[in-house]
Design a binder for this molecule. Structure first.
Ligand code: VG1
Ligand code: CO
Length: 555
């Protein structure tokens, strides 16, 4: 096949078909494919993956795609490979963020706004970046959301059978300047990374009220962790909303995120935590992850758990212009705290419980069944796009604070008084031997059938199962989504293995306990949950299988 470039005087650009061998490990996990950079760099590795995606899409000729990235190491090289392969596969138009920067929520926004046929997101999200760290590829469909399991499974099957890929030989495209370029018959449009996304935020929230809040002296410390949200945060908070210069910390995206873990939690966002719990702390602290879809919310010397955050957003949604008429429903991933369920009950709306991973919310939002969604892993979002959205969550909180004229701590404490408090923690055991981790999960699954009615350290088990989900919209079934043990007193333990790691296995243990005694709303979470943490360790044989006495990360 030959493709002619625009002018008749231009030489024809030949599509080169390159012979290749399949890689056996291109199965996407919870959110895209994540691998160590050194694996991604193997000859033909990314090309095989991209061709598998094009082959599964089938319909490529004349179509348009969005190409996004979080700025990590190997993004720029990958962008050039992808563009040349897109041109060779007949794609007509690719929108790429300037310098390759386009956050995951911004990509979802652009896909939807311009009705493109999907997008490729070059990110390993919260995983560290750099030459000796991780790289990743997410594939989103035309709805703007992550490809569902049937699509990622098909991509995996294609990747195991691939024998060749298509690419054109052409000079690299300059993506540092906004504007249009030609690549054979394809147009490459370099777009402003922030513009479309910021416009969407302005259409959802009461920007004048938030501006007013900053004018009255409210202070925010936003830590972008040297990842993708820096340019967005500078533009939205400092330039548009009038927060003082210096509000945004670590706002320049770096290929290695400054050597840190771009994961917004109390462990990895330690600099922000120090500021928030130090002297002269700002009124609010916030952070986002590598690709901008996660958020952490802090008040002055106060941490808001992701489960509480989701519940507070749901309870206060009517204060936000875009949600003033109420919510269609809410949804949370299974391990996420049940705090939002209580709000849904009071609002008289349905709360859906899905497996871990944002892709499971897509159908619910498309079908108009849910407006807000959230995960315990610092992910919150709504039907404004089809990804979780870190800056959106921060703006939501700012808008609530502006409307209620109360501090973040006051808002959360009032929430607990009304609904009770769901004490919550997640314990991660990282770097576990893969075979041991599988064996532990299998033993747990076998145990589930025997636990009902039994007392574990004095607490009676109400149910125990291996969570399976039937999508209420398309009927698809997802099995083995984690083991849950529920107790008669409403407490809950969940075990599952991570699907985003790149070395060994990571066991996640989620522990939750409900408390509505007004005198017991101010306990330390780890202390309050210690019985159930001990039950979890004992029941799963964590020490035996992992050799670890304590988790590597507690959130
Ligand atoms: C983790 C989180 C999950 C989240 C996923 C992608 O998955 O637990 O809630 O959707 O990361 O987030 P796992 O399988 O490792 O538990 V992101 O911001 O890294 O794309
Ligand atoms: Co992310």
């Amino acid at each position: 096949m030959e493709i002619r470039t625009s002018g008749p005087e231009q030489p024809t650009i030949a599509v080169r078909t390159v012979q290749t061998q399949p890689f056996a490990d291109q199965k996407m996990g919870t959110s895209g494919l994540r691998k160590a950079v050194k694996l991604i760099k193997q000859p033909h590795y990314l090309e095989n993956l991209f061709q598998s995606i094009f082959d599964v899409r089938k319909d490529n000729v004349g179509k348009s795609l969005v190409l996004a990235g979080d700025g990590r190491y190997w993004n720029l090289e990958t962008i050039q490979i992808f563009l040349k392969m897109a041109a060779a596969n007949g794609i007509a138009h690719v929108k790429v963020g300037q310098n390759g920067i386009l956050s995951t929520p911004a990509a979802s926004c652009v896909i939807r706004k311009y009705k493109t046929d999907g997008g490729i997101l070059l990110t390993a999200s919260h995983n560290p970046g750099g030459e000796n760290a991780d790289f990743g590829v997410k594939y989103n469909i035309a709805s703007g959301g992550p490809a569902p399991e049937n699509v990622t499974n098909a991509i995996f099957e294609a990747s195991k059978a691939i024998s060749s890929y298509k690419i054109i030989d052409a000079p690299d495209i300059d993506i540092s300047r906004i504007g249009q370029h030609r690549l054979a018959e394809m147009t490459v449009e370099v777009i402003d990374s922030v513009l479309d996304y910021q416009e969407l935020m302005e259409s959802i929230f009461d920007f004048p009220a938030i501006k007013q809040l900053f004018q009255t002296g409210f202070t925010l410390c936003m830590d972008s962790l040297h990842a993708v949200t820096g340019p967005y945060a500078h533009s939205i908070f400092e330039k548009t909303l009038g927060a003082k210069n210096g509000t945004v910390h670590n706002g320049t995206p770096l290929t290695d995120f400054g050597g840190g873990h771009p994961d917004p939690n109390l462990v990895y966002a330690h600099d922000l935590v120090k500021i928030i719990f130090g002297d002269n702390a700002p009124d609010m602290g916030a952070a986002c992850d590598g690709d901008g879809d996660r958020n952490m919310i802090l008040g002055k010397k106060f941490f808001v758990t992701p489960g509480d955050s989701l519940a507070v957003l749901a309870a206060n949604a009517k204060l936000i212009p875009a949600y003033k008429n109420g919510l269609a429903g809410v949804a949370r991933s299974m391990p996420t705290s049940q705090a939002v369920d209580l709000v849904a009950q009071k609002l008289g709306i349905t709360c859906y419980e899905t497996p871990t991973g944002w892709k499971f919310f897509g159908n619910l939002m498309d079908a108009g069944k849910t407006t807000l969604c959230g995960e315990e892993s610092f992910g919150t979002g709504s039907n404004h796009i089809r990804e979780k959205d870190g800056l959106w969550a921060i703006l939501f909180w700012l808008n609530i604070v502006a409307a209620r004229k109360q501090s973040i701590e006051e808002i959360v404490r009032e929430h607990w008084k009304t609904y009770g408090r769901n004490y919550y923690t997640r314990h991660d055991y990282e770097g576990v031997d893969l075979a041991q981790a599988d064996q532990m999960m299998n033993e747990l699954i076998a145990l589930t059938g025997t636990l009902k009615g039994k007392k574990l350290q004095g607490h009676e088990v109400q149910y125990a199962d291996d969570f399976a989900y039937t999508d209420p919209v398309d009927g698809s079934v997802s099995k083995n989504q984690g083991v849950r043990i529920g107790f008669v007193d409403g407490s809950r333990i969940v075990f599952r293995l991570s699907g985003t790691g790149t070395t060994g296995a990571t066991l996640r243990v989620y522990v939750e306990k409900f408390e509505n005694n007004p005198d017991k709303l101010d306990q330390d979470s780890q202390e309050c949950l210690k019985d159930f943490i001990a039950i979890a360790r004992e029941t799963a044989g964590i020490k035996k299988h992992t050799g670890m006495d304590k988790p590597t990360v507690i959130t």
